[in-house]
Design a protein around this ligand. Sequence first.
Ligand code: NAP
Length: 250
Amino acid sequence: MCKLLEGKIAVITGGSRGIGAAIVRRFATHGAQIAFTYRSSAAQAEALASELTNTYGVKAKAWQSDASSFTQAESLIKQVLDTFGKIDVLVNNAGITRDNLMLRMSEAQWDEVIQINLKSVFNLTKHVLRPMLKNRGGSIINISSVVGLFGNAGQANYAASKAGIIGFTKSIAKEVGSRNIRCNAVAPGFIETEMTDQLDEATRNAYLSGIPMKRFGKAEEVADTCVFLASDMASYITGQTISVCGALNT
Ligand code: NAP
């Protein structure tokens, strides 16, 4: 198999479960060395780190690091640089939902989603840019959502955070494009993970009927898009948002 990420060092936030874990595995399959983070599921993260070394033969390490904390992001990037020497790819994947209709949404639900989904992207990007400038290149991939493109009732906090990521992505692409640092967003549609398992049957069926491909997406299909954007195959692609949604938003 042609390995697209051989020699690259990647940092992936929220890599212990779901889409993040799929990105971690696909990056390892393509030869990347991997630093990934988690918030609380330590056992799952350590098991995944061992799997990466034993199954894929790549150097890998898991860090407990809250992506919404500016200081923890700073310390994480320092430790990754000490361990791996450089950073070629950052995937800002960590994210949560705290759904509620606007009339019932609490300030805490709004703040938590914005802090974890949007401020985290600022935190990690801020601290990874200098090492990428020194390295004369890099690829930043931000996991947004189709909900950030067309909104969703009951998810105003989540949609705002994911739309914010798209504006941030375009701005960073314009700021650092001349330094060979690319920044793109991936907007998954309905992907089967623990996050979406929480939806009730009626909501799931409503989503399914609106998907032209008539199936939900797989975490691996989002991960493969990230492999492409991280690789030199995407060397002239920056500032873009790629939807992985079976034409849900089309
Ligand atoms: P998930 O299964 O709930 O996994 C979330 C991951 O993020 C876990 O590894 C979790 O760590 C980590 N995390 C949560 N808060 C964190 C924090 N403050 N700091 C560091 N890590 C944190 O979610 P998912 O469905 O894979 O979603 C991944 C991304 O894709 C999110 O940004 C989500 O918004 C986006 N997305 C998902 C879908 C979908 O259909 N699933 C669709 C569109 C976009 P722990 O394991 O320690 O809790």
